[in-house]
Ligand binder design. Sequence first.
Ligand code: ACK
Length: 988
Amino acid sequence: MALFRIYSFLAPFHILVLCQALRNYPDNEVTLLDSMSAPGDLGWEAYPPEGWEEISVMDERNIPMRTYQVCNVMEANQNNWLRTGLIQREGAQRVYVEIKFTLRDCNSLPGVPGTCKETFNVYYHESNNAVAAPLRHIRESQYVKIDTIAADESFTQTDVGDRVMKLNTEVRDISGLSKRGLYLAFQDLGACIALVSLRVFYKRCPLAVLNLARFPDTVTGGDSALVEVRGTCVEDAEELEAPRMFCSADGGWLVPIGRCVCRPGFEEVDGHCQPCRSGFYKASAMDAYCVKCPPHSYSHQDKASECVCERGFYRAELDPRSMACTRPPSAPGNPISMVNETAVTLEWSPPRESGGRGDVSYSVHCRKCSGEPGAAGDSEKCVPCGSGPHFNPRQFGLTHPRVLVTELQPHTNYTFSIEALNGVSDLSPSPRQLVSVNVTTSQTDKSQMSVILKERKGTDSVTLAWQGPEPSDGTVVEYEVTYYEKNQQDQNYTVLKTKSNSMTVDGLKPGTTYIFRIRARTDGGYGNYRGEIELETSHEDMLAVGDPNQQTILAISVAGGAVLLVLLVACFVVSGRRCGYIKAKQDPEEEKMQFQHGRVKLPETRTYIHPHTYEDPNQAVRDFAKEIEVSNIRIERVIGAGEFGEVCSGRLRLPSKREIQVAIKSLKAGYSEQQRRDFLSEASIMGQFDHPNIIRLEGVVTRCKPVMIVTEYMENGSLDSFLKKHDGQFTVIQLVGMMRGIAAGMQYLSEMNYVHRDLAARNILVNGNLVCKVSDFGLSRVLEDDPEAAYTTRGGKIPIRWTAPEAITYRKFTSASDVWSYGIVMWEVISYGERPYWEMSNQDVIKAIDEGYRLPAPMDCPVVLHQLMLDCWEKNRSDRPKFGQIVNTLDRLIRNPSSLKQLANTAVWEDPVTPEAGASTVEDWLDLIKMGQYKEHFSSAGYVTLDSVLYVSASELDKMGVALAGHQKKILSSIQCLQTQHGTQVQV
Ligand code: ACK
């Protein structure tokens, strides 16, 4: 009996190669057993004794290496078992078994009988016991077969007689493990095998830090499910939205959701939060960076969340922390009085020093004096005037340096002291600075004009009616009604505009006093505000018992020569609802704004403010975009062309001296004022948004040329070209993660009442972590910029393929029409940037949609995703899902990836315009299916006619060098289309 032993082939040279190859394991694999690094004998159990044998060989460091070998090829009926000890699974539900072995092919062994085998079997057995029943009692039924293993390569002999060892590596996985550990068993039925190494490992997603959240080492799931992992914020960061990621079965992290932000006093540097240096601060976690203390304030210590005011300077309670510290104003100047019998008009000039604030107001204190004015000693006695005189518009809190005082006593001396105040006057301990005017009245004058107002009490709305100015004063363009809540300290005021002579103001609080003012804008410009009216809305409970038509009559003094006369004020009941603020609508016909001290204050529930709401668009830019010093920007390279000029990438130096990478859009020379405004409108829109899936505005450069808009840099550029470049390279979960990001950004925009109107993959940017962000917010963009936009019959320019039918037909753009576009973006994502409706003309698209046609599912599209697209393309816009629902649906799919397994169709687009129709050569065909890069591969493999490619298989594609799975799928499914076409032709 010739017994072949093969360990003699394991020469030191070969072992060296083996060791180097074997010991470099990837980061995300945790080894449970590695026979190569066992310190002593492996001690596995073999049965029968003449079967598997443990044989030591030396590796390159002269360290013994264990192998198991068997080679009983000359005898029939072999059944040799080898079993490992218990391999603890350490919590892993899925383990991988990597076997490296050599196997001699039977033909190379002289004289072996036909029973010689070239395979062996591998089994496992789950167990909680470290001691297993002896192998001689082995029952195969207790063991689960993993596979029958054959060699890819077998032993051969070279010409020089030296034997060359071919090492085979096979990896199998076992999932659904639940017991303490498992035994592996190898069954030989008569082959010549050397088991060189056995490694058992599981995969984990290694610790990762993303979006300032730390995700721990995580063992992958048991089957192909994703494991959802909650991240914890890194030190000094706090949660903005619960950070989550998914650990995939192959040990990669997918779909980052949510994020942490550095808490006040800290800023993000390379994935961690670093304290603001002294002299800098960060007031809110939502601010991206530490910024320099505003003027007249300082921070001596690190980590400042606000800066302290210098001595003599103050910050009012509602002042933003970014505002300079301010001080009370100086006294008003040059007071003058114009006495008209028992009335006096007082005027003065604003204080020389406003204290750095825009909220200067005036108070007038009145004293009535007897005796000689200005007399020394006690001969002039002054006492407060009391409630006798009437001040118009009011005595305290005047915003203009002018007041009319009526109902004074005739022939009386009065002293009026005028004081200028601002938001920090009450905080300063210094005495107030006043100017005084002495006046003496004469006869009583009866010519004062009064206007009768009729008022009907309501709870939350007021209707105002008025008469316009004399036609000689110009044609009225619009009226502006301003109102605010009387007893509100910060005097937020709302501006409404209308073209008519009356207006219903609703959304008011019941039982609250409001001040209303009205002015006209004629073609000669704005007139003055006149006739300030104070009105109190009814209490809800009064209304329940009172007569809603009850009218009271009151008299209000109006300065003579008023541009507008308020004639009738009536309050109507609309509802008992309380409104904290009034939402601005994007429709310029009905524009409302909220101001505070002349600066826009965003209400708590944020609402987008359309830049058209501003008379001065530059003010919108100032309100929403930070001015950046051009010296802090370094332009590095041009990355593209925008509507208004080049787009570059570069670096922005932050106030903390740190540099970040940015994208810079510039306005090319020779622009008109209108173009400048349109260009900057993008910044005043973008600056209002703060969401991880909306492109972030860093600031603008407007003080020097070229004018620039600086945004965060998105490493992977726009989504459509990114997808085309990486065709077929992402998992469906990664694609769904991208869609989820876009939907979350759109949900935020829709909640801000912002309608995008041009949502398309080309307007989404992708960063280095595959996070997608919505971009392109310019005002003119839909009309002018987008190359996809085409003129409709009604004159507007619209990106037809992405736009909902009601928006095309009657320009009804809403968040629901954005949802339609979102469905198209989903289709673009799944089809890796394919053009929606391919080469169909715009007219054909409109007609087809009207007739009920919808884009078919792209190749390999899960049924649930296509269904979601179809939901987005419901004809009736109220039947489409809201963005919030879309986000929830996608979250559910990500958590349960098996729901994505069922594909809508695997091969043929039912559309008559399949891309391969019309191709007559292999080159044309590859171009049409956007696989032109493989022309060479096909021609060198001999595929020169279209007929010849009909039977190309996956393995042939492999051989040609078409390695990417996604590309293979695309080509193979197109071949199926060709086969279908071919079949039809044959039948005809
Ligand atoms: O597809 P892209 O590389 O991505 O080419 C266009 C080009 O500029 C013109 O718009 C790229 N781009 C625009 N904004 C950014 C940004 N914030 N980060 C990176 N690339 C950008 C866009």
